[in-house]
Design a protein around this ligand. Structure first.
Ligand code: GAR
Length: 218
């Protein structure tokens, strides 16, 4: 087996996607090893979950940096370098990154977003899906590029929007798919199976022995 890619998960909140990635990476055959969970908020619930799992954690508070995003990111980069990080998985990390940072990590940074992009980039995706009356909603894992929620799509999962759905019932249905989708998509990147063709992501066909199968929901 080739070396597992040293991966940092960046969070801002409860970290349920982080937990899904940690669970997948607990298998030594999974191609990404989680070497750091970093939060921009000291009160992020996910930090305790990561520590319980024995994963090194770091906090780089974004608030003291105000609008100086580059200075905040320089502090983040220091932590990433200290842990020898090769890949970044954004998991509910609620900071917009600078063009410089996204370019430095191009092809090595992924994000999960709670909508079927390019529909509903940004915030409040479930409320906006309900307001728009869409019949299908879902989540997207994509490579991160400078435009917010715009990078090449790696994987998507769709769920039905049901009569009587509330924002929270819809969010819960989507979140279950997020937890299934993200470990599979991160594995593809960690295995080096992703290449870009005319700005679109193409996943190499040969199945990596360690990549979890991505099943359609029953
Ligand atoms: C997830 O639904 C994730 O897709 C979303 O935040 C939530 C974090 O939950 N991310 C974004 O909206 C990013 N634009 P989690 O902390 O339980 O993983």
């Amino acid at each position: 087996m080739t070396a597992r890619r040293r991966t940092a998960i960046l969070i801002s909140g409860r970290g349920s996607n982080m937990a899904a990635l940690l669970a997948a990476a607990a298998d030594p055959a999974y191609p990404a090893e989680i070497v750091l969970v970093l939060s921009n908020r000291a009160d992020a619930g996910g930090l305790a979950r990561a520590a319980e799992a024995g994963i090194p954690t770091a906090v780089v508070e974004s608030r003291p940096f105000g609008r100086d995003r580059a200075a905040f990111e320089a502090a983040v980069e220091q932590e990433l370098a200290r842990h020898g990080v090769e890949l970044i998985a954004l998991a509910g990390f609620m900071r917009v990154l600078t063009e410089g940072f996204t370019q430095r990590w191009a092809g090595r940074m992924v994000n999960i977003h709670p909508s079927l992009l390019p529909a509903f980039p940004g915030l409040d995706t479930h409320a906006r899906a309900l307001a728009a009356g869409v019949r299908l909603h879902g989540c997207t894992v994509h490579l991160v590029t400078p435009g917010v929620d715009e990078g090449p799509i790696l994987a998507q999962a769709a769920v039905p929007v049901l009569e009587g759905d509330s924002e929270s019932s819809l969010a819960a249905r989507v979140l279950a798919e997020e937890h299934r989708l993200y470990p599979a998509a991160l594995a593809w990147v960690a295995e080096g199976r992703v290449r870009l063709e005319e700005g679109r992501a193409v996943i190499a066909a040969q199945p990596g022995a360690s990549a979890p199968a991505l099943r359609n929901p029953a």
